[in-house]
Design a protein around this ligand. Structure first.
Ligand SMILES: Cc1ncc(COP(=O)(O)O)c(C=O)c1O
Length: 361
């Protein structure tokens, strides 16, 4: 009997979500985000399932892109943060990676360089998020440098990113949308602004190329909404099983730090998953779980390999019974409700000691 912690990944839901996104942004091209190990789902297996359905895959580094080429992924791949070293430009050109230029240092690396193949480039502009990108008054000079570079394909793309799209009423959205629209008016190349939240919240942000990430994995891109509000379905169901069920008497303490004391006789279960699997310790106390499909809650602190459950809502639960931590039947949005944790954090935290298993198409 293996330990039991398993991430069940649904190919069907992944493709369902992709189709929902296509329906929300008809006829748009897409860079689909598989960075950060496909938001924790496994970059190789996710990309293999997506490749023939998407135009382009988005990664954070050339290492991630090369992992995909190594397993035979042939579609264009975009380096969302561009290159980190000048030598990567040659690799990017040879491997047909599309490159984002966001900083003057990266433009410096083009000087005196010749590449054997043309390179597809995006110019990233900071329209107000205050993360990556040229400022609005630097854009023209940066564009001139890229335009003067013979091995850079023309026309060059324009890209920016929204800092608050998950909160559609936030005033920064209007500022960023307007700044981008102003630049877009005279821009000759493709334009890309929308992440998942923007695809759904601001139709006018869709431009030519959308960049879905979290919605593809079946998580609501908008705060205080559920994935089901957008007909998105969870790709990952994190599951384990009960490895102990014991009757605890009144005043029994549960787990490290004795932070939970039973206020009546009750069954307490122990499940085989903990923060060493990526089930974050900060989820301790009251986080919902599904035991045999019934909603129960954690009690006490999550430890490295285990966590405890109040089984009063599922009195017949026994050792071996399945326990869902999030996913099918238990939206990940319910797990993070009222906490500063975001779903991306949970998904990308799941460790490789958890068994990953894709369902068939
Ligand atoms: C530049 C860029 N575009 C798109 C995305 C996708 O964002 P989201 O997951 O919110 O759709 C991200 C983040 O993952 C990003 O950094």
């Amino acid at each position: 009997m293996s330990r039991g912690a398993i991430a069940i990944l649904s190919s069907e839901n992944l493709l369902h979500n992709l189709n929902q996104i296509k329906a929300a942004a008809p006829s748009k091209s897409m860079i689909v985000m598989v960075k950060a190990n496909a938001f924790g789902h496994g970059i190789r297996s996710t990309a293999q399932r997506l490749e023939k359905h998407v135009d382009n895959l988005g990664v954070a580094s050339i290492e991630e892109a090369l992992v995909l080429r190594k397993i035979g992924i042939k579609c264009p791949i975009t380096l969302m943060e561009g290159v980190f070293e000048p030598d990567e430009l040659l690799i990017a050109a040879c491997q047909q990676f599309h490159v984002v230029f966001h900083d003057a240092t990266q433009l410096q690396w083009l000087k005196g360089l010749t590449l054997p193949m043309p390179l597809k480039a995006w110019l990233k502009v900071d329209t107000g998020m205050g993360r990556l990108g040229f400022s609005l008054d630097e854009v023209q000079d940066a564009l001139n440098i890229l335009n003067d570079c013979t091995f850079i394909k023309k026309p060059i793309g324009l890209m920016s990113h929204l800092g608050c799209a998950d909160d559609p009423d936030h005033p920064l959205n209007t500022i960023q949308l307007n700044a981008f629209a102003e630049l877009a008016k005279s821009w000759k190349g493709p334009k890309s602004l929308a992440n998942s939240a923007a695809i759904y919240a601001f139709q006018k942000s869709q431009y030519d190329v959308i960049r879905p990430g979290i919605c593809l994995y079946g998580v609501s891109p908008i705060k205080n909404k559920k994935a089901s509000d957008y007909n998105l379905k969870p790709v990952m169901t994190l599951q384990t099983r009960l490895i102990s069920v014991r009757r605890r008497s009144t005043d029994s303490f549960i787990g490290y730090g004795a932070t939970y004391k039973c206020d009546e006789p009750m069954n307490v279960g122990v499940i085989a998953i903990g923060y060493g699997d990526g089930y974050l310790r900060s989820l301790s106390h009251r986080t919902p779980v599904l035991v045999n499909g019934k909603k129960c809650h954690l009690v006490g602190r999550i430890s490295m390999d285990m966590a405890a459950i109040d089984l009063r809502c599922c009195d017949d639960a026994k050792v071996g019974d399945p326990v869902v931590l999030w996913g099918d039947g238990l939206p990940i949005e319910d797990i993070i409700e009222g906490s500063p944790i975001i779903a991306n954090e949970l998904l990308t935290s799941v460790q490789s000691r958890v068994n990953f298993h894709w369902t068939l198409y």
